[in-house]
Design a protein around this ligand. Structure first.
Ligand code: FAD
Length: 289
């Protein structure tokens, strides 16, 4: 439970952090909330020589609205997202998702930027981030770039970020009025990580049929994914239980699942179906209200 020795680096600017990472590409690791990295270090599953703390880098902790987007600084904690009046007003499902993460201590320390960069397959935000076509903004030695969420998650705990890039912001399009957004998860009873979590974003036509549907799934397999066959199966169809079940079954079939000590592959398939139905049902209710 004691990590390998490391040197603590505390840059006071983004440039300084990027330069340090660039100079030590193989043995430096950023730390934000530390709630994923430090446990890995204690188990000696990670042993960085340099720990580069983002805490003293300015302008990475904010929640604001700009040009139709919610912009969240990378160091914004889950608790700040959960309790933000702006997030509740513009995207209630994001506040609800943050509130479902871990416990109070985890939410007080863990950050949205850390969650994106860590790409834990059981993390909650990715389902919603994918379903809402969000962007991740990162700064590296060549400057700033914007990565589509669909291009960020590459594999198990693997992203398309370069080792010397710092996530600075998560940008989420604010859904227009009439959009229903919901996230439903089956939590691990101890850690609260998602055994399976599903986000649904829906818009309805005036005759009550589905006009737009996006479904993001997390926890099921090595990386979060969209359930595009399930999405297509709903366009133009009604919102009956039968339609939602058909979509749930399509999501279960198309989603890559894996088994572990917490849940078998078959059980996760079942959970994807069930939680797709639940997320869709709640999103439909919200779209109607
Ligand atoms: C007991 C427990 C329960 C938890 N339950 C849940 C849960 O239910 N749902 C859930 O989603 N999560 C859960 N978590 C994880 C928690 O949300 C983490 O805080 C989060 O995944 C990572 O954020 P962090 O700021 O702690 O990252 P850190 O641990 O500081 O870093 C994680 C990784 O991301 C990199 N990194 C961090 N910030 C940046 C950045 N800005 N740019 C580039 N790379 C960066 C680090 O180098 C490291 O590799 C739990 C954690 C614990 C300990």
């Amino acid at each position: 439970m004691i990590p390998s020795a490391f040197e603590y680096i505390a840059p006071t600017s983004l440039n300084e952090a990027v330069n340090f990472l660039s100079a030590h590409p193989d043995d430096a690791k950023l730390v934000a909330g530390g709630h994923s990295l430090i446990p890995l270090m204690k188990f000696r599953l990670a042993a960085p020589r340099y720990l580069v703390d983002l805490a003293h880098v300015p302008d990475l902790r904010y929640i604001r609205e700009a040009q139709g987007f919610l912009e969240l600084g990378a160091l914004t904690t889950h608790y700040e997202i959960e309790s933000s009046a702006l997030v509740r007003e513009r995207l209630l499902a994001l506040s609800e998702t943050a509130a479902l993460i871990g416990d109070v201590q985890v939410r007080n320390r863990g950050t949205i930027g850390g969650s994106m960069a860590h790409a834990d397959p059981a993390a909650d935000y990715p389902a919603l981030i994918l379903a809402l076509n969000s962007d991740i903004v990162a700064t590296g030695p060549k400057g700033q770039r914007t990565i589509k969420a669909s291009d960020l998650f590459v594999d198990l705990m693997t992203t398309s970020l370069d080792p010397n890039e710092v996530v600075t912001q998560v940008r989420i399009p604010i859904p227009p009025a009439g959009t229903g957004v919901a996230y439903e998860k089956f939590p691990h009873p101890a850690s609260r990580y998602a055994i399976v979590g599903v986000a649904a974003v829906v818009r309805l036509n005036s005759n009550g049929t589905f006009a737009q549907v996006a479904i993001g799934v997390t926890g099921a397999g090595p990386k979060p994914s969209r359930a595009s066959a399930a999405e297509s199966s709903l366009i133009g169809s009604d919102t009956s239980d039968a339609s939602l079940r058909k979509a749930g079954s399509a999501a279960s079939e198309e989603t890559e699942t894996s088994g572990d000590i917490h849940a078998s592959d078959a059980y996760r398939k079942h959970l994807v179906e069930e939680f797709t139905v639940r997320a869709l049902r709640r999103a439909v209710d919200r779209a109607r209200s």
